[in-house]
Structure formats: C-alpha cells, structure tokens
Design a protein around this ligand. Structure first.
Ligand code: NAP
Length: 280
C-alpha cells in the first residue's frame, strides 16, 4: 500500500516540500506520496487526530502551527523539547512524536559553505521569530558563545535570549541601536521575512560598518534565492549562504526520520534551485 506523508500549514499553497519529498520517494523506489494540507488554526486538533486515524506516516508542520501542535502530540523528541517547536512529526505505530529539524538544517547548510568553529566566533541573528529561536538555540547547543540579536520588537528578542535553556553571551538591539554599534561580526544570520518576494529590494540592516573581510552572511529566505542583503554581501566580497540549503537539510533530515533512508540532498537542492529560478 502506498504510504502517505505531508505538510500542514496556513497558507500552504506555495510549499516546495512536496517537490523534494515526492522526487526523493521516486528516486529511492519508495511507494509513498507527500501532500500539502491546508489546515486553519481552529482545525489543528482535529486535523492531527485525522492524520493519526488515517495512518499518515509522518508530516511536516509549518507556520502557524509549530508551537500550537505540541499539546496534540504524544511525545516530543529532545530537539523539539529544546526548541519548544515542532516542524516534523513521526507516526510511530499510532504514537505521534514531534521533532524539530530546522536548527539542524540551518547549521548543516552553514557548515557546508564555510568552515566555522564555534569558539571565538561573534554571531548576529537578525530577527527573533520561530526560525531565529531554532537557530539561536541550535548554535548555543553547538557551543557558540557570543550571539547578539536585533529585532523590531525588542521584547521578543529579550524573551528568546532569556528562555533559551543554554546561556549565551550577547546583546539585544533595536534596529536604531544596532545602526550605531560598530563592532564587526564573524557570522550574520538574517531570519526575518524582510526581503522576501515581492519586497525583494528591502533589507533589515546595512552591512557596512558591521563586517570584516571574512564575515559570512546567511539569509534563510529562499525566495528570492539571492536577497538584497546577500547582494550587498557579495558586492562587499563576502561569503554568503542562501536559504535553500536550510530548506533542503531540514527536509532531508525529516525524510530520514520517516523512512530510515538518506535522500540525495544535492539532488533536492538542484530541484529547488530549478523550481525557484522558474525552469521547472
Ligand atoms: P516569525 O516567527 O513570524 O518571525 C518573523 C520575524 O520577522 C520576526 O523577527 C519579525 O519581527 C520579523 N519581521 C517581519 N516583518 C517585519 C517588518 N516589516 N519589519 C521588521 N521585522 C519584521 O517567522 P519565522 O517562522 O521565524 O520565519 C521567518 C522567515 O524565515 C520567513 O521568511 C520564512 O520563510 C523563513 N524561513 C526559512 C526557512 C528555510 O528553510 N530556509 C525555514 C523557516 C523559516 P517582530 O518580532 O518585530 O514581529
């Protein structure tokens, strides 16, 4: 019998996950399909019960359900407990177990591009939403000891820092305060939605004055692939990391949790680049 997997979210129509997972099932000869399910906030509990009742083998969880789904699951793995959010659910013989592969996906993508060692690295995270929390907590767990935060709602950034179970040195800035600070960063990670299509000319900060020649600039937005911030970084001759790698590696890890098989991450990445560049 064909196994069923999927992703739940609202909105969900533009999700790229079905493309990579369905291709990986085909490529590995696994009889399965991955579907996007549009689930509204008020229907979350019943949708999760339905997933269980229908024997859906596993599913991804995206905005706005990553935290709200927690009470409806049977168990949380260490990653989901640490990040207090779930982006992947495994149906283990009727027991729904929540995982979080977002932070792992980002860190794997970062390491793929640059040789970063946590010690003595000064990091800036721009944003303090769900993705920022996953990345902050993962970097803290990996031993990064200095992470500054800048966010429009500064209270949200303070809460992120204070609620992280691992203590990390670092300051919290408003954008105005950040503009006046002049210390350069080794790694800068953009996690807000500023610069996402259609607002492709927008960027949350100016890099000048905050970088040195070896600074690495990452943006987790993947549409467009090269955001205005990454364009500025390239024009300054800096190494950049786009958001496609994170999308691929969080998905590849979820795929492995569901099937026990490792998908071809490079193939997934090329598929996404082709799709995002409009050639498929
Ligand atoms: P979220 O929880 O809603 O957080 C949104 C963040 O963006 C907050 O820091 C918010 O600041 C900031 N923001 C939004 N609009 C803003 C504006 N007009 N001015 C200033 N700040 C603004 O969302 P999320 O789940 O963290 O996702 C954030 C982005 O990451 C999205 O673009 C998403 O597509 C992308 N993402 C990519 C991947 C990947 O695999 N590559 C994975 C997850 C997310 P406030 O706190 O002040 O509201």
């Amino acid at each position: 019998m064909e196994q069923v997997f999927g992703v739940i979210g609202d909105p969900i129509g533009h999700s790229l996950s079905p493309i990579i997972h369905n291709d990986a099932f085909m490529n590995l000869g696994i009889k399965a399909r991955y579907h996007a399910f549009h689930v509204k906030k008020q229907d979350l509990e019943i949708a999760v019960k339905g997933m269980k009742a229908l024997g859906i083998k596993g599913f991804n969880v995206t905005v706005p359900h990553k935290v709200a789904i927690i009470p409806f699951l049977d168990e949380l793995d260490e990653s989901a407990q640490l990040l207090h959010a779930v982006n992947t659910v495994v149906n283990d013989n009727g027991k729904l177990i929540g995982y979080n592969t977002d932070g792992y996906g980002f860190y794997r993508s970062l390491k793929e591009h640059v040789d970063v060692h946590p010690q003595n690295v000064k990091v800036l995270i721009i944003g303090a939403g769900g993705a920022a929390r996953a990345i902050y907590t993962t970097l803290a767990k990996e031993g990064f000891s200095h992470i500054d935060l800048v966010n429009r709602t500064v209270e949200r950034a303070h809460a992120l820092k204070e609620n992280c179970p691992i203590e990390v040195k670092g300051e919290v800035f408003t954008y105005q305060q950040f503009a006046k600070s002049k210390d350069p960063y080794d790694v800068m990670i953009q996690t807000t939605s500023i610069g996402m299509k259609p607002n492709v000319n927008e960027k949350p900060i100016d890099l000048k004055g905050h970088v040195h020649e070896k600074t690495v600039v990452a943006d987790i937005i993947y549409n467009p692939i090269q955001t205005a911030l990454l364009q500025e970084a390239e024009s300054l001759g800096l190494a950049t990391v786009d958001g496609v790698g994170m999308l691929v590696h969080q998905g590849a890890y979820a795929f492995q949790l569901w099937t026990g098989k490792e998908p071809d991450a490079e193939r997934m990445k090329q598929l996404l680049y082709e799709k995002l560049r409009g050639t498929i």
